[in-house]
Write a protein that binds this ligand. Sequence first.
Ligand SMILES: [Zn+2]
Length: 469
Amino acid sequence: MAYKYDVLLKNGIVVDPVNNLEGVRDVGIKDGVIVEIAPELNPAQSKENFDLKGYYVVPGLVDLHIHASSWLGGRFGHKMMAQAGVTTALDMSGPIDSVLDIARDYGVGLNLACINYVRPGHTVTDTNPSEGELETLLAELLAKGAIGFKLLGGHYPLTPEATVKAIEIANKNKAYVAFHAGTTENGSNIKGFAEAIRLAQGKSLHLAHINAYCRGQVRSYLEETEEAIQALKENPNISSEAYLSPVNGTSAECVDGIPQSNVTKKCLEVGGFPATEKGLEEAIMAGWAQINLESGGRVILAIGEEAVKFWRSRDTDCTVSFAVNYAEPRIRLATAKRDDGKFVVDCISTDGGGIPRNVTVEMGLALVKLQALTMKEFVLKASYNPAQILGLKNKGHFTLGADADITVLDFERQKPFMSLANGKVVMYNGYVCGSGTHIITTAAGVDYVKERGLETIVVDFNESTFYKK
Ligand SMILES: [Zn+2]
């Protein structure tokens, strides 16, 4: 017989702020979209049924800052995101070819977009690339399926002039552009953050992980947090996210005895270690530096001798995390609102993926329990807002006809229980069962992505809140 629904989610507490819904409902899914939501739908008319009594059923989580490339995050990022309840994500560095390869070979059914780094000595010649060089790079990246630029300022800075040009060129081409604040003149701190807002000159820009500039490097971290909030209130052209994990993630790569990333050097100093390769080894042994190490099909944080051995086996080229995020800035940035009631920081992100800190559910639901966020607000920050910034009109809400991207939450345990992307179950009770990846790309990248054996979701950034704010 022909079924009316492919999947029926029964008896869950459905939360959808866009349609002002919070109550027990059944959700009917057919051909990858939501076709019916009602107090009682007939299970006999569905191919598959799930009884979700007591669970929350919310629009699939959209993580606007993750890493899942060979350069950062690695091959287990997709699985780790699925286990964390994420259904859609933005890889915030690329390189795009590696992101596509991993998405094809290790995909678990998620939707993924990628912005590619503008990195001196790698994608551009030096710290001050010309307009022509940046134009050419952007065209190449878009043709390969990336949606725009990532400026790695805090780690691998450009000059302020080149940073301005990169933002302008992305805006002119209606491509995406995100910035980890920092230039050759300012570091990854509140001064670099203020400079980033100046350099945007009112243009659209995604400022990454706002919490990273509120670590007390320049003023007290509380003052820095309030300064960041004030600046974001005054500059609505900036889209932003902040994450809730105590740990950061940066490069452990050393050349000629010195860490290559400025962030890594700073973290060593903060922990009382010399900003050298030797200092990093001491910090790993002491437990201040935690090496991201693949183990048992995922990435874990490791310290001591085993971690040093892995780091050496990779010629120091791997990821390292430091517990540099204080609790107050994390909480304040997650909850601060503008005068009109909208959130100052648009999204809760993780900067996770393959970096083990995919804690949006775990820590976001802690904020709901604390009544610092309502469940509807949690959905706005972890699903709807990031979906709209990415131009994904059919995600982040449960309007009939919307994509059946759904995360099921165990509120008591603060864990995701199940998730579906495009109508298919990708995770159930921690077991990841999806396959493939839908790559979110612009029209320019469709052919390239398809040639690599991946499916596409085409977005037009004219339609996104990134350019409509
Ligand atoms: Zn990142």
